[in-house]
Design a protein around this ligand. Structure first.
Ligand code: FAD
Length: 343
């Protein structure tokens, strides 16, 4: 099939237990931008069992069309039937661009699907834009039509690679959660709905789910937190984080940290903010004893308000901070907590 015949921007609308995952709305936001530029439509591909009630939120967040693949086989995520469903949809509808969230599910699903439809996949993208790719590597000449330029950190974050897929379609990417922004919902939005049956020839029982044991999180995921109290190497040790935890408790915040803290073993990796950690966008971000290295800032610079506490007045964190306090956090933070508790 000719590459020009592929049309539209599709996203995999991830849902778990009948709830849309936030990444689905983020992907829709980005897909809307790309589709407007390409003057084409956004399609959300909804896979699951009894998930038709999710059509409306998908329309509100930017989908022009929703393709539903609804089957009891698809009740819980399993690689085989989900990959079959999404790959069959691609072979039938021929989207030009296919976006999947780089979640645990998407990281599993995306590569399986791209292999089945014989196209490339750029994993864990942090930027997507439409642009001209200078050279077609196969034909060796300039690529005339617009390409999806997919940017991602490579080699452990030491370089940033921009990748295009000039000779295959769809152009497929998994996208890092928290990086793209969902659009504001449009209350009355309507989407065209189409039910698609990819024909499940066998029961897809290579993997059978016997039981699902949910982990009970004691704290809020830092990507969902409205207030983050983030500590760096300057905090000086695992025990000293108690000072930050007291502030967090006083203002209903959550504690996060820099990579130096994770590398030192003071906090687990799931609390790391930055290029090789999580991308966060809270209302308020406290950077305490954090120098403001570019790899850290990449994960928190979109926070609404950034408050930096650092004893070095020349620390680069002050370049991105809205409010800065120069001094020893061991004096400043307990005083701040005391003042807040006295309010
Ligand atoms: P430091 O740079 O050591 O800064 C400590 C700060 O604390 C200093 O500014 C100091 O003035 C201040 N301080 C010391 N004592 C006090 C005190 N008593 N009161 C107040 N302030 C005090 N980093 C990340 O955070 N996230 C990432 O995802 C990430 N990914 C990376 C990927 C790659 C490929 C590479 C090469 C690096 C990455 N890094 C990442 C590491 C990054 O470059 C920095 O080394 C790291 O962010 C530094 O952490 P820090 O600011 O806590 O420590």
């Amino acid at each position: 099939m000719d590459l020009q015949e592929y049309r539209g921007v599709s996203i995999y609308a991830q849902q778990v237990d009948g709830q849309l995952s936030r990444i689905s709305l983020e992907l829709l936001g980005k897909a809307r931008e790309l589709a407007d530029e390409l003057e084409t439509d956004v399609t959300a591909v909804l896979i699951g069992s009894n998930v038709k009630n999710l059509v409306q939120p998908l329309a509100q967040y930017g989908a022009d069309k929703v393709i539903i693949i609804d089957n009891p086989i698809l009740k819980d995520y399993r690689t085989e039937p989900y990959a079959h469903a999404l790959a069959s949809m691609i072979k039938t509808y021929h989207p030009e661009i296919m976006l999947v969230g780089a979640t645990a599910i998407g990281r599993d699903l995306g590569p399986c699907v791209s292999a089945r439809v014989a196209t490339g996949l750029t994993a864990d993208c942090t930027k997507l834009e439409i642009g001209d790719f200078p050279i077609n590597p196969v034909a060796g000449k300039e690529q005339k039509h617009h390409q999806l330029l997919m940017t991602r950190p490579a080699f452990g974050g030491n370089t940033i690679a921009t990748i295009a897929c000039p000779n295959h379609r769809p152009q497929m990417a998994t996208v890092r959660p928290g990086v793209m922004q969902a659009m504001k919902p449009i209350r009355e939005a309507k989407a065209v709905v189409e039910e698609y049956d990819p024909v499940f020839v066998c029961n897809h029982k290579y993997v059978e789910i016997l039981d699902i044991v949910k982990s009970v999180a004691e704290t809020v995921d830092i990507m969902d937190a409205k207030i983050l109290i983030s500590g760096g190497r300057g905090v000086g040790g695992s025990d000293n984080f108690k000072i930050l935890e007291e502030l967090a408790a006083a203002i209903q915040g959550e504690v996060s940290c820099s990579r130096a803290v994770v590398d030192a073993g003071w906090k687990p990796k799931e609390l790391q903010v930055g290029q090789t950690g999580k991308t966060v966008r809270p209302n308020v971000y406290f950077a305490i004893g954090i120098s403001g290295a570019i790899q850290h800032v990449a994960g928190m610079e979109d926070s609404d308000i950034i408050i930096a506490i650092n004893k070095d007045e020349n620390a680069p964190i002050f370049d991105v901070a809205d409010y800065g306090i120069v001094g020893d956090y061991k004096k400043i933070v307990p005083e701040l907590t005391k003042q807040i508790l006295n309010l």
